[in-house]
Write a protein of this length. Structure first.
Length: 254
């Protein structure tokens, strides 16, 4: 499987990280379908090519199955699925209603499962199989105050990907991009103005937040022939991680 000419589906691909992923695949020469509940405000384009939009609520298992069957029927194949749709509002566990917690887990864990099952039904019949990339989060690798259900769902997502990599081999490779702090259109909601965004970026060892294009490059790599022996892996895309708090609390300079 090569980058050029791949048929790629990106869930939640109409804005933010998802749009950045879609653009990097378009730039690599792939055909891209993006899905979300609502269409993008502007076309998702790169190097003269545009992504096709199709409406889908990824939380609906039956709709997801029909969606992937329809994309395959119209385009002839599906080579890559990027499970990007997800997210959460801030909310402490004891202050968030159970119904909201359930929806967060559905969106961030069950929805990628539904989409992956739909894509697998197509990929397993293809001679060259396919590749699935989960968009995980560092919230699933350490305590996640303010987003506990989200962090738990992302931890489960990484485990799910490893299981899929075993069950669906050798036809389908499954990997996870474990994403750290990322700059998107909504960064101001989390970090404040440009000064706030820059201050948060300085806490990252590489000195800045990730850009959606950085995430896209990682996904293109994991879907390419360059990663043909990579499956069940977790690629940490966090700029070096988070500086341990004890280093700043200690009296010794480092």
């Amino acid at each position: 499987m090569t980058d050029k000419g791949q048929m790629v589906v990106v869930t939640g691909g109409t804005r933010g990280v998802g749009a950045g992923i879609a653009r990097r695949f378009l730039a690599a020469g792939a055909r891209v379908v993006v899905c979300a509940r609502r269409p993008p405000g502007a076309p998702i384009e790169a190097r003269g090519a545009a992504a096709e939009f199709r409406a889908l609520d990824v939380r609906d298992a039956a709709a997801a199955a029909g969606f992937f069957a329809a994309v395959a029927a119209d385009h002839g194949r599906i080579d890559v699925l990027v499970n990007n749709a997800g997210g959460t509002p801030f909310g402490l566990l004891a202050e968030t209603p159970a119904a909201r917690q359930r929806k967060i887990v559905e969106l961030n864990l069950l929805s990628p499962l539904y989409a992956s099952l739909g894509a697998y039904e197509v990929m397993r019949h293809q001679q060259e199989g396919g590749a699935i990339v989960m968009i995980g989060s560092v919230s699933g690798t350490r305590p996640s105050p303010g987003s506990g259900a989200y962090g738990a769902a992302k931890a489960g997502l990484e485990n799910l990907a490893r299981t899929m990599a075993v069950e669906w081999a050798p036809h389908v490779r499954v990997n996870t991009v474990v994403l750290g702090l990322t700059r998107t259109e909504s960064s101001a909601l989390h970090y404040g103005d440009e000064e706030g965004v820059a201050a948060v970026g300085r806490t990252v060892p590489l000195g800045r937040l990730a850009d959606p294009a950085d995430v896209g490059d990682a996904c293109v790599f994991l879907a390419s022939d360059a990663a043909q022996y990579v499956s069940g892996a977790a690629l940490h895309l966090h700029g070096g991680g988070e500086r341990p708090a004890f280093l700043d609390a200690a009296s010794v300079n480092h």
